[in-house]
Write a protein that binds this ligand. Structure first.
Ligand code: ZN
Length: 761
């Protein structure tokens, strides 16, 4: 007799071993939807299409989006996964095209797969309404013939930021029809446009607006995003326009339990825990063996394969083990389509997937989602959990924490997750390195004039100095009041939207021949691609066999190993300028420009999931120096009086460790996006100092936000360290005592509580 979700959940609730690992069991009751009438002015063909799909009313947020867009406003829709977000842009855009066939729209998605999914959805709406709209996906695979057609007759062009940057904007004359009548720019999955990538995309949009102005159009923006702390801010910086946020979802919510588990401690001294994969597959098996459709999310391709193996081994019917499937990048497209279909139709019961399944891909909804390891951001966690939940009946999502400090923080402090999200998506389009690359592209596209309108027409920032510099470089020449292009080069070709400067290292995969698979910023090279490093790319692991430093090339080979590498970077920091000081805090934190000189000397091999140190190696790379944004503070005399120098070194490193691990919770970043440095006696003013900086030249706004939310970061650090079960430091909090010294953990707590005393939040 098969059990249902409710019954299995109730068994788990009464299983003392399981329940002792649970740190939160949150119940979301089902709530009915809030509906609005289909707008009376909507084109009859669209009404017909909706009716054919059985849609007789809209969710309130869809109606609000339609009304505001019709009213000429820019909007950003921030509602949960599966709340019918795409309708928020498809409805007003298709309605307008039906009423005026000259209307043009540009849809921008972060990936090719999502763009293709979106085109299928538009075609579906057209088919149901028995009308036709000329929509085209435009990416690297689009054949020449279709490209020509897209330019001539395309009413909706669906593409990605890289294609905009390299193929559409520089060749705008061949896209004249699109730009003359461009009325809508749709940007979905907006929260992906953060950090270096987002800072580039904001500049791509500045170039787009400049070209639109040239052709006499002024498009409206319709954006959609997962939940972040600052959707309006991000939307407005990206587009340079005022944007209205729509965040009250009218979609019904099904009955769902969300459960946080922390695997049990197996070695109390080091606070080592059972692996999250182990716990995740045991939970998933309980559902799968009752034929309850379950999706397990893994953090890497390797753990994904491992989970498939475990789940198959535990499946009761050995003849039907293909009911359990894996899904990750690297599978062939037809293989993927078959698995997606199997999930939709229910012939597949258990799936282990990487985040390849996190975004839009249409697989319908399942009963249960188990996440093995914290997906890295709160937004991703909600997106993955959103895969569970059918219209009827109960569903469940489980988060099984891994060993990393952020995983441990999340599982021990679930209120950060279930209450309002603290994650800020940050960009800095005015980063001089990124800005100057796009001014160059923009100058190629249309010449700049020596007039205030032309010079401030690039997001309102002063760019004259960049243009003058380009003249010196003989890329532009100035004739009269105009800067003209004089180089034979095509600038967009050498600029990647994924890195800050174009002084990059190219990663060459030698697994099968020699294929370029990516680039790494010059500044990150010592940390990420030294010889012996495990380089991660789209969830795959590559071993760096050879680093050719002078020619900026790294030769790698794909591997499957159970460790990652972490380089020890010895950093020297010099303060170049102090721009702001916070007098409201005892710490007097400062924000400014830093010169960071780094040299990596050794790297550690660290076992996945348990964070054990399993080896090390030497690195020989020249010193690197960069200018970036940073924030820093000193431990006040009143708090650190009497601490001897040896302990002080450990204390600062321990604190810096925790800050580096906790900051991504607020800054929605990766650990590699930030750097820390400590000085027992700073060269700046002789005090014990901790620096936190953007690890990209020029910065992308991370240190600046850290400066603003510092008390919250420190409070979270205190919560992490005080909840950690280790006795005297471990990799999950301040660091192992072998590295930072004995007694540092308790000292860190004392200092943190001293710093936080009396701080109002
Ligand atoms: Zn600890």
């Amino acid at each position: 007799m098969k059990k249902n979700v409710e019954t299995v959940l109730s068994e788990l609730r009464h299983d003392p071993r399981f329940i002792s690992c649970v740190t939160a069991w949150h119940h979301f009751p089902s709530t009915p939807g809030e509906y609005a009438e289909i707008p009376s002015q909507l084109h009859p063909s669209l009404k017909k299409s909706l009716e054919k799909k059985g849609i007789l009313s809209l969710y309130t947020h869809q109606k609000e989006a339609y009304d505001r867009v019709s009213n000429g406003e820019n909007v950003c829709v921030v509602t949960p996964t599966a709340s019918g977000k795409t309708m928020c842009y498809n409805l007003p855009v298709l309605d307008d095209i039906l009423k005026d066939p000259n209307t043009r729209a540009l849809y921008i998605f972060p990936t090719k797969a999502l763009a293709q999914d979106q085109q299928a959805e538009i075609e579906d709406i057209c088919r149901n309404g028995e009308f036709s709209v000329k929509s085209f996906t435009f990416d690297g695979d689009t054949p020449t013939q279709k490209r020509r057609l897209a330019k001539q007759v395309g009413q909706i062009i669906i593409t990605n930021p890289d294609m905009c940057h390299q193929a559409i904007l520089p060749h705008h004359t061949t896209w004249a029809r699109l730009f003359k009548s461009l009325k809508y720019v749709v940007i979905d999955e907006m929260h992906n446009y953060r950090g270096v990538f987002g800072s580039h995309v904001a500049n791509v949009l500045r170039r787009l607006m400049r070209i639109c102005e040239f052709y006499g159009s002024s498009p409206q923006f319709i954006l959609a995003s997962a939940t972040i702390a600052n959707p309006r801010e991000l939307a407005e910086i990206l587009t340079g326009k005022a944007v209205a946020v729509i965040d009250q979802s009218g979609a019904p919510v099904s009955d769902k339990d969300f459960i946080f588990c922390n695997p049990p401690v197996v070695d109390p001294d080091k606070s080592t825990r059972q692996s999250s994969i182990d716990v995740a597959y045991r939970i998933a098996s309980r559902f799968i063996k009752n034929d309850i459709q379950t999706l397990v999310f893994a953090r890497s391709r390797m753990s994904c394969e491992l989970l498939v193996q475990y789940l198959r081994d535990s499946y009761y019917d050995e003849f039907e083990r293909n009911k359990i499937q894996g899904y990750r990048g690297g599978y062939l497209p037809n293989e993927r389509r078959a698995i997606e279909k199997g999930i939709r139709e229910g012939s597949i019961i258990g799936v282990a997937a990487t985040n390849a399944l996190e975004l839009g891909i249409d697989i319908g909804r399942l009963d249960v989602v188990v996440m093995s390891g914290y997906p890295g951001t709160i937004a991703s966690t909600w997106q993955q959990a959103g895969r569970a939940g059918r219209r009827q009946g109960k569903s469940a999502a489980f988060l099984v924490a891994g060993a990393s400090p952020l995983d441990q923080f999340m599982v021990m402090n679930p209120e950060y997750f279930f209450a309002q999200t603290p994650e800020y998506a940050l960009i800095n389009p005015d980063n001089p390195y990124i800005l100057s690359q796009h001014v160059k592209c923009a100058a190629y596209e249309l010449p700049f004039n020596d007039t205030p309108e032309s010079l401030l027409g690039f997001g309102g920032v002063h760019i004259e100095y960049i243009l003058d510099h380009l003249v010196e470089e003989k890329i532009l020449y100035k004739s009269g009041s105009r800067w003209n292009w004089s180089s034979t080069s095509f600038p967009a070709a050498s600029i990647s939207l994924r890195s800050a400067s174009n002084d990059n290292f190219v990663i060459i995969d030698t697994t099968k021949g020699a294929e370029v698979i990516g680039e790494v910023d010059w500044a990150s090279a010592p940390m990420l691609i030294h010889e012996g490093a495990i380089y991660m790319h789209q969830g795959r692991q590559y071993h760096v066999n050879k680093l050719d430093y002078p020619s900026r090339k790294a030769y790698v080979k794909e591997v499957n190993v159970d460790y990652y590498t972490d380089a020890n970077l010895a950093v020297a920091v010099r303060v170049i300028s102090t721009d702001r000081v916070r007098e409201d805090l005892l710490l007097l934190p400062k924000l400014g420009d830093l010169s960071v000189t780094g040299v990596s000397t050794i790297y550690k091999k660290i076992k996945l999931y348990t964070n054990e140190n399993v080896g090390s190696g030497e690195i020989s790379i020249p010193d690197m120096n960069m200018h970036t944004q940073g924030m820093w503070f000193s431990i006040p005399e009143s708090i650190c009086k009497g601490i001897d120098l040896r302990l002080m070194g450990g204390l600062l490193s321990g604190l810096a460790n925790v800050i580096l691990n906790i900051a991504p919770l607020f800054l929605m970043s990766d650990k590699n996006d930030l750097g820390v440095a400590v000085e027992v006696r700073s060269t700046y003013d002789g005090t014990p100092t901790i620096y936190l900086y953007d690890s990209y030249p020029g910065g992308v706004g991370l240190a600046e936000k850290a400066f603003e939310v510092l008390p919250y970061i420190l409070k979270a650090c205190f919560e992490l360290v005080s909840a950690c079960p280790c006795s005297d430091g471990c990799p999950g909090c301040v660091g192992p005592k072998e590295e930072i010294g004995s007694g540092v953990k308790s000292l860190c707590l004392k200092v943190l509580s001293g710093i936080l005393e009396g701080v109002e939040m």
